[in-house]
Design a protein around this ligand. Structure first.
Ligand SMILES: NC(=O)c1ccc[n+]([C@@H]2O[C@H](COP(=O)([O-])OP(=O)(O)OC[C@H]3O[C@@H](n4cnc5c(N)ncnc54)[C@H](O)[C@@H]3O)[C@@H](O)[C@H]2O)c1
Length: 272
């Protein structure tokens, strides 16, 4: 499969990686963000629009083969802000795909949809063993994202792949990220697999690199055709020297959502 992909949140960190990497894999990219992308590339189309504007989203989605929905608030915030950008935004992305007949949507979910889930005591955690257990309003928006995706598959026959992204950064910066890191190249590979795999229906997969310290099971992502190449372990010595060995008994390392499960993420720290 190939064709034109609408990437929302294109000016953001992951959007920027996708704008670089997807064309190398044969996809044409139409970039959408509420701010202009700074460096439009040859062959790239650009739309400046708010993802919560359904009319604009329908216009932007026309003629695409797929939507990769990355736009939104990418961490904890106030309830009104999360509700608007993340929940309304996801509805508009899916509804625009339905209205324009675009058959596939890839959604940027998060490990924080399941953040209060205890980390497994040995072994690997499968997606099916981590049902919704959000750690923040942000996590609730990702649970809602997965629920909306499921609805649009069952009711309207779309293909929707939800990526429960771990920590997508240029490189890991904490000892938790030795387990949760998703590298830039592997991010592109994962999205490409989600776009290419035949008839996924509704699928939810962890988004993480091939880290030695992984405790998320990558079988479902690999079944889509994802072949991660990177391993955070090359950063382990330097990070452990600064931060010490991860204590698996503490809250940050003992739960899927890490620091998002701590009191620092209580609502009063995010008041309007
Ligand atoms: N980076 C990670 O570690 C990580 C982990 C889990 C999930 N995710 C999810 O992946 C997606 C992308 O993450 P990122 O790290 O690139 O975030 P980012 O904050 O760098 O980028 C988000 C982009 O969305 C745009 N945006 C926000 N509201 C918008 C709106 N209403 N309309 C149009 N554009 C809007 C912003 O302008 C920004 O360019 C987000 O949905 C995030 O929740 C990221």
């Amino acid at each position: 499969m190939s064709g034109l992909v609408l990437v929302t949140g294109a000016a953001g960190r992951i959007g920027t990686w996708l704008r670089g990497g997807l064309p190398e894999r044969g996809w044409a990219v139409r970039s959408l963000d509420v701010v202009p992308v700074p460096d439009v590339r040859p062959g790239e189309e650009q739309v400046v629009a708010d993802v919560t504007d359904l009319v604009a989203m329908v216009d932007a989605t026309e003629g695409a083969s797929a939507v990769v929905h990355m736009a939104g608030i990418s961490g904890e915030s106030t309830w009104p802000a999360i509700r608007h950008a993340n929940i309304e935004g996801t509805f508009c992305a899916l509804e625009a795909a339905r209205l324009t007949g675009v058959p596939r949507v890839v959604l940027a979910s998060s490990n924080h949809a399941t953040g209060y889930t205890p980390r497994p005591d040995g072994g690997l955690l499968r997606e099916v063993d981590a049902p919704p257990r959000p750690d923040t309003y942000y996590g609730v928006s990702k649970v809602t994202m997965e629920a909306l995706g499921s609805l649009y598959v069952d009711r309207y026959g779309l293909d929707v792949v939800c990526l429960r992204i771990g920590s997508a950064f240029p490189e890991p910066t904490t000892t938790r990220q030795l387990s949760t890191w998703l590298s830039p190249d592997d991010t592109v590979s994962l999205v490409d697999a989600a776009l290419t795999t035949p008839s996924p229906g509704f699928s939810v997969v962890w988004g993480v690199s091939a880290n030695t310290r992984n405790w998320w099971d990558l079988s479902a992502a690999r079944a889509l055709g994802y072949e991660p190449q990177d391993d955070a372990e090359v950063y382990a010595e330097a990070l452990i020297e600064v931060h010490g060995e991860p204590d698996l008994g503490d809250q940050v390392h003992g739960r899927v959502g890490g620091e998002y499960t701590t009191a620092e993420f209580d609502a009063e720290h995010f008041s309007a």
